[in-house]
Every structure is written in structure tokens, then in C-alpha cells.
Design a protein around this ligand. Structure first.
Ligand code: SAM
Length: 169
């Protein structure tokens, strides 16, 4: 495991964080944490109080929250990590379609709540808005998985992962 982490840190230049605007359900946040752990996200930020009142992480079966920071903040604009491009993810007119989107090396992906959409305040401070051309919107955690897989699939260096698999066998 240590070898995997060292290889990943030295060979992967990618850096990604996630922001959740006022998420509602612990199932979704748990699934987002699990996805974040699987895809090597560096930290997850969320706003609002709804999640705080229902905190069991029962869908995060890998207990990603123990290794990966999950941080409640007042305002996502104030926590954009240094050098990260803030990217709104929303099914909205004018957004860029994910299939042809080129991810920046340092990205802060921001997602809306289960029962609403990203506020204009958020889309305004983001550099761009992207969307997945689906017929109707996906579940919040499903969207996070799709965006992170797309980022991984379009990346250019997975040698650390191959090396880690070899090391395990
Ligand atoms: C369940 S959706 C929001 C629900 C929806 N606005 C409604 O009618 O209540 C939760 C979040 O997932 C993301 N999302 C879901 N489907 C998406 C898509 N096809 N493209 C981009 N973002 C999507 C957005 O960030 C959205 O705010």
C-alpha cells in the first residue's frame, strides 16, 4: 500500500477536489466519498446544514472519510484550492458537454443538491460549466462517478496504477 501511494504521488500530476452544494442525504455523500477515494480525489467540501443532521456513512463501505478530508464550509468560493479551476457540473443550457471536454490538471468540481440545481452564485464564480448529455438528470453520486471516470479515462499516465497492481500480485 505504501508503495502504491508513493508511486501515485510521484507519477500522477493530477489534482482534483469536489464541492457539494447543500447535499441532503448521507447515502449520497457516502457514495461520493467512496468514489472520491477510488479515483484519488484530494478532498471533498460541502455547504449547508442538511448533511450535518444525518451523518451515518453507511454507503461508504470503504470508510473513505477516515482517509480523505470531508469538510463542511460556509462558502465553496472561499475554499477553491490553489491553482484549481472551479468547474460547475450542471445539466443546464450553455454548459460544455463532457464527452469533448478536456479536464484541467488541477480541478475543483462542484455539484448541486439532490433536490435542486447549482445556484447562480456558484456558476458565476466557476470558470466553466460542464454537463453529461443525459436524458434527464442523474443521481448526485452517479454524476460524481461519471465525471471522475471521464477524468481518469482522459488522463495520460496510469503507469503508477499498473505498477501498483504488479506490486500487489
Ligand atoms: C439529482 S441532480 C439535481 C436534481 C434536479 N435539478 C431536480 O430536478 O431536482 C443533483 C446534481 O447532480 C448533477 N447532475 C445530475 N445529472 C447531471 C447531468 N446530466 N449533467 C451534469 N450534472 C448533472 C448536478 O450537479 C445536479 O445539481
Amino acid at each position: 500500500m505504501l508503495a502504491f501511494l508513493l508511486l501515485k504521488n510521484t507519477m500522477s500530476k493530477s489534482y482534483a477536489c469536489i464541492g457539494l452544494q447543500n447535499p441532503k442525504s448521507p447515502e449520497n455523500v457516502g457514495s461520493v466519498m467512496r468514489a472520491a477515494g477510488c479515483y484519488g480525489v484530494n478532498s471533498v467540501f460541502y455547504t449547508g446544514r442538511r448533511y450535518d443532521v444525518a451523518k451515518p456513512f453507511y454507503t461508504d463501505t470503504q470508510n473513505a472519510y477516515q482517509k480523505l478530508p470531508l469538510i463542511g464550509v460556509e462558502d465553496l468560493a472561499s475554499v477553491v484550492p490553489l491553482g484549481c479551476v472551479p468547474i460547475a457540473v450542471e445539466l443546464v443550457a450553455g454548459a460544455k458537454p463532457l464527452p469533448s471536454y478536456k479536464h484541467p490538471p488541477r480541478a475543483f468540481y462542484i455539484f448541486g443538491p439532490e433536490d435542486g440545481s447549482l445556484s447562480k452564485a456558484v456558476t458565476d464564480f466557476c470558470s466553466e460549466t460542464i454537463y453529461v448529455p443525459t436524458d434527464g438528470c442523474m443521481n448526485l453520486a452517479a454524476t460524481v462517478n461519471v465525471i471522475l471516470y471521464d477524468r481518469l479515462a482522459k488522463g495520460d499516465d496510469f503507469s503508477y496504477h499498473h505498477a501498483a497492481l504488479k506490486h500487489q500480485s
